[in-house]
Design a protein around this ligand. Structure first.
Ligand code: URP
Ligand code: ZN
Ligand code: ZN
Ligand code: ZN
Length: 484
């Protein structure tokens, strides 16, 4: 079996940095040490050898707002690898009344073209006995995290009674509950009011989704998850109000994780006031970009550990698709790209500014989510036996981000013109050298589905605690033993 050795670099993991060579055989790491020999040598002089990025929040070829997101599993995962990300987790979105496993099959049909490994979360987009039953099938099939939308009223949104029922089911199955936390009822009211008042441009998208709608929904989801006894992952945390709810929950011992996006960390609301309609509309996503104060809160969360994971929510639409919403902001397809840019942007604005250490960078781009999703140490680790999903990171390599050279299928990039320092020298997907200094040499279909086991330690601990503290009738003396 041919072997590859990455030589001369510094291994950087979530908890350790040390100079070592890394040997790969059959797609996995077989040795870490000094002076290793192999059939092929990759020169990592001056570089960090890190676990490849895991992006736990993508929407590739997603049916949404009357169209499909433009990057599919082919272009999306190619973009991921170019930026040092070696695994994506996409959301299976069942249609109204559709069985969960039928929807999962549709996702499997699309994802066969992936260049890197992938997994799925299941979205609970409607509620009924069939969904309740299918959730067990989903867990058996390795899809153990369940996303709930509190926004998108009339489409994907679920109500609180459904949320509570679903959260309890997820808890019983040993899964992870996830939530898109915005109050969809309030957003719908504000949207109608803004349109009636003549606020029709992309900036009104941001007006219709103030931080309060996110703070309220985040807190609500946290409390409902606590009552249901299930761990909760809050996607795309964009503001202090949501972060504050997560911080408070964690301080109170609740098992809650928050995921800011690279877009919210580095781009702000001024994008929506740009005089060019296209510029503003291309940046319409939910939640919207916020003020610099909110950004500071998100960075502080990553630094202090109250926020755990940086994702992209990659959901890209072309300019032509964005123009569906000319004259009515509520029809602009919601979503932005970022798969290729997440690691370089976070390195530049995080490690490059001293806000994050290289080890913290690995934690929030790979290892933390691998642990949360029960993928560790197959993914998210530089350990013997782990998949050789690696990025050899050159902290000195620079480029200016531009749509002209990106892998993504769309015609613009929300980070256009940003100079980044820190890029992959090599990206390896299960040992295959997929990217060398910006040049992609990858095969469509190389990516494999990674199923996940339910009941990680957190679920076992939570259910034990729930059982210990469950309501019990008081045994009384002096009255018949009927519980009265
Ligand atoms: O605007 C966004 N975030 N679009 C993708 C769907 C979602 O809400 O995650
Ligand atoms: Zn969302
Ligand atoms: Zn999303
Ligand atoms: Zn920048």
């Amino acid at each position: 079996m041919a072997s590859t050795v990455i030589k001369g670099g510094t291994v950087v993991t979530a908890d350790l940095s040390h100079a070592a060579d890394v040997k790969i055989e059959g797609g996995v790491i077989t040795e870490i040490g000094q002076n290793l020999k192999g059939d092929r040598v990759l020169d990592a002089t001056g570089c960090y050898i890190m676990p490849g990025g895991i992006d736990p929040h993508t929407h590739l070829e997603m049916p949404f707002m009357g169209t499909y997101s433009a990057d599919d599993f082919e272009s999306g995962t190619r973009a991921a690898l170019a930026g040092g990300t070696t695994m994506v987790v996409d959301f299976v979105l069942p249609g109204q009344g559709q069985g969960l496993m039928d929807a999962a099959q549709m996702w499997h049909n699309k994802s066969g073209r992936a260049h890197c490994d992938y997994s799925y979360h299941m979205a609970v987009t409607w509620w009924g006995e069939k969904v309740w039953e299918d959730m067990a099938e989903s867990v058996k099939a390795g899809i153990t995290s369940f996303k709930h939308f509190l926004a998108y009223k009339g489409a994907l949104m679920v109500n609180d009674d459904e949320l509570f029922a679903s959260f309890r089911r997820v808890g019983d199955l040993g899964g992870l509950a996830m939530v898109h936390a915005e109050n969809g009822d309030v957003v719908a009211e504000l949207t109608a009011k803004l349109l009636a008042e003549g606020n029709r441009g992309p900036e009104a998208h941001a007006y219709s989704r103030p931080p309060q709608v996110e703070g309220e929904a985040t807190n609500r989801a946290i409390m409902i998850a606590d009552m249901a006894g299930v761990p909760l992952y809050v996607v795309h945390v964009s503001c202090e109000e949501a972060h504050e709810a997560i911080r408070r929950a964690r301080q109170a011992g609740k098992r809650v994780w928050g995921e800011p996006l690279i877009q919210h960390l580095t781009l702000d609301e001024s994008e929506y006031f740009h005089p060019d309609w296209d510029h503003a509309a291309r940046r319409v996503m939910s939640p919207p970009f916020r003020s610099k104060d909110h950004q500071a809160s998100l960075w502080a969360g990553l630094q202090s550990g109250s926020l755990s994971v940086v994702a992209t929510d990659h959901c890209s639409f072309t300019t032509e698709q964005k123009r569906f919403g000319m004259g009515d902001f509520s029809k602009i397809p919601n979503g932005t790209g970022g798969l290729e840019d997440r690691l370089p942007m976070l390195w530049t604005h995080g490690v490059g500014t001293g806000r994050l250490t290289p080890n913290e960078f690995v934690a929030v781009t790979s290892t933390n989510i691998a642990k949360i999703l029960n993928l560790y140490p197959k993914k998210g680790a530089v350990l013997v036996g782990a998949d050789a999903d690696l990025v050899v990171w050159d902290p000195k390599a620079e480029k200016v981000i531009t749509a002209g050279t990106q892998q993504s299928a769309i015609d613009y990039n929300v980070f256009e013109g940003h100079k980044v320092a820190g890029l992959p020298r090599f990206t390896l997907s299960r040992g295959h050298v997929s990217v060398t200094e910006g040049k992609v040499d990858s095969r469509e279909g190389h990516g494999r589905f990674v199923g996940r086991e339910a009941r990680p330690a957190v679920n076992r601990a939570l259910s034990q605690w729930k059982e210990l503290t469950a309501p019990r009738p008081v045994t009384r003396t002096g009255v018949p033993a009927t519980g009265v």
